[in-house]
Design a protein around this ligand. Structure first.
Ligand code: GLN
Length: 541
């Protein structure tokens, strides 16, 4: 079984921390993200967290939004000790309603007659003293973003109104003595243009948090943490894919424990063109990482043969084969490591888990389901007995990129588009054969090459060529052909939850189409996918 490691000095013990308690809003992680943007460290826990279980005292607490209604039976409620802790509290949307529900003795919140989604104009009311601090420096009339159906029907005792919209007379409230604030709108989304100022007012001025969370400090601290965790004899193994997360995690391990970190790259036969070679070059030569490349492409491709129209089956075959190979390699590396003077059994597995994955595992989903086990590399078998080490588990994707830059990883790699674990197998709709892999790879390579040449790579979040399982008629050199169809897909997104297709100009698409049809044997047509997510997904399978 993989077990999670308890860090010796977690960041919340070193940095002033704002604790965000999550009631299940889609935007909770953005609150944490925004605070870190102005160098205040923040962590998120499920709203059911018990204060007595914390090993630190936060500088302030934010109660997030959520899909429930406080007055419903079974609605989540925060540990009441939160209100007696004596640190400032900010309730956002459901969080505001939760505060009002608590101080209003389970009354004062009801279903509103009018739901309020989208933009609203907020006007502020000044009272003097700490009550005004939340909106300090903001215009008296600001645009905010709303997403609620319930509203406060009356004010709990000791609170005053500090902001209102035409639809919400209590859109902002503050306790007259204590530093407690509630707002009905969402300051964490970009649609509330001055939201960040408000969050800063709360964290820095009201909670008096230091603004000293920086990537440089994170690196030093993380290296020290890894060293004390692993000891001076321990070995760590980890899979690398050439993607930004695994590369950054591997580089951090290299800095911390040198060659006692063993990176394994499995060539599954469905990587991008020249990818295995490139990854080897970058990681081994460029970053000095102790890397073993296993070419298992034949095994993967043999096992994929015959799977025609069940994408899930493809994913499973690839996942299971990966585990077989990785496990085998881990045994060999452990045996070799055992014979060296600094030997020890390999007892640690590196994983590039990011904060959004952790959040997903921790989120409030119902009283009996607070914590799910973390995803690991396709579920490694119990008898591997590895302990997890997750140096990126407190970071968001763009923070991982900043960390990559800090560690001297080159920009091209740091800004690489995400690539799925099952590789281009799920971009080949239909059966994955060596010939189909060739076609999909070559077409993809041309598309990405042109995107880079046009200077568009960073404007696009993810782009690839997919091979459709149909044939079309074409005419090439006066000859009738009956060949395959490539579908290009390129999307823009900030969080990969929703995405829109990229509006290339016609000349660009013409160029890509002409090159693919001319240069890739077996393709006679190119189409561009103009489906957003939802209803589409980013990948096609
Ligand atoms: N469910 C509550 C409402 O509709 C809170 C919504 C929210 O937090 N976004 O008012």
């Amino acid at each position: 079984m993989t077990t999670d490691a308890t860090p010796p000095v977690p960041p919340h013990k070193t940095f002033d921390t704002i604790l965000v308690l999550d009631f299940g809003s889609q935007y909770t992680h953005l609150i944490t993200r925004r605070l870190r943007e102005f160098n205040v460290y923040s962590e998120m826990l499920p709203c059911t967290a018990k204060l007595a279980d914390l090993d630190f005292t936060p500088k302030g607490i934010i109660l997030s939004g959520g899909p429930y209604s406080v007055y419903e039976e079974g609605a989540p409620h925060v540990d009441h000790a939160v209100f007696d802790l004596g640190v400032p509290i900010l309730g956002i949307c459901y969080g505001l309603q939760e505060m009002a529900w608590h101080f209003g003795k389970n009354a004062g919140v009801a279903a509103g007659e009018k739901r309020e989604y989208g933009h609203a104009h907020l006007s502020l009311q000044q009272h003097g003293g700490h009550v005004d601090e939340l909106f300090k420096g903001l215009d008296s009339d600001i645009e905010v973003w709303m997403s609620h159906g319930d509203k406060l029907s009356h004010m709990p005792e000791h609170f005053v109104t500090v902001a209102q919209t035409p639809n919400s007379p209590y859109a902002g409230i503050a306790h007259s003595d204590k530093k407690m604030y509630g707002i009905q709108f969402h300051p964490e989304v970009t649609h509330t243009p001055q939201g960040k100022v408000l969050l800063r007012n709360f964290a820095v001025d009201i909670c008096q948090s230091r603004t000293d969370w920086t990537m440089g400090k994170f690196v030093d601290q993380e290296i020290a943490r890894i060293r004390s965790l692993v000891g001076d004899k321990g070995h760590v193994i980890g899979a690398v894919s050439g993607g930004v997360d695994s590369t950054v995690a591997a580089k951090l391990m290299k800095e911390a424990i040198g060659d006692r970190f063993h990176a394994v790259m499995v060539d599954n036969g469905v990587l991008r063109l020249n990818e295995a070679k490139q990854v080897k070059e970058t990681l081994e030569k460029g970053l000095g990482i102790n890397l073993t490349v296993v070419d298992a492409s034949d095994l993967f491709l043999d096992r994929l043969a015959g799977i025609k129209d069940d994408p899930e089956k493809k994913r499973k075959v690839i996942g299971n084969t990966f585990i077989d190979i990785f496990q085998q390699k881990a045994k060999e590396i452990a045996a070799a490591a055992h014979n060296t003077p600094s030997a020890g059994e390999i007892e640690w597995l590196l994983q590039g888990t990011l904060y959004p994955d952790v959040i997903e595992s921790l989120s409030f989903k119902g009283p009996s389901q607070t914590i799910k086990t973390h995803h690991n590399v396709g579920g490694l078998p119990a008898d591997m007995n590895l302990k997890l080490i997750e140096p990126l588990r407190e970071l968001f994707k763009d923070e991982v990129r900043a960390l990559g830059v800090e560690l001297g990883i080159n920009e091209d790699l740091v800004w690489r588009h995400p690539f799925p674990g099952p590789g281009i197998a799920i971009r080949i709709l239909g059966e994955v054969t060596r010939e189909q892999v060739r076609i999909a790879r070559e077409a993809d390579h041309i598309f990405i090459e042109e995107i880079r040449a046009a200077g568009l790579y960073r404007n696009i979040s993810q782009a690839f060529a997919a091979l459709l399982p149909v044939k079309a008629v074409g005419v090439m050199g006066d000859k009738r052909v009956h060949d395959q169809v490539i579908a290009l897909r390129a999307v823009e997104t900030s969080d990969f939850m929703t995405a829109d297709w990229y509006p290339f100009d016609g000349a660009f698409l013409k160029r890509v189409s002409r090159r693919i049809v001319n240069e890739v044997n077996g393709v006679c047509r190119v189409v561009y996918d103009i489906t957003s997510k939802p209803p589409g997904t980013i990948e096609m399978e």
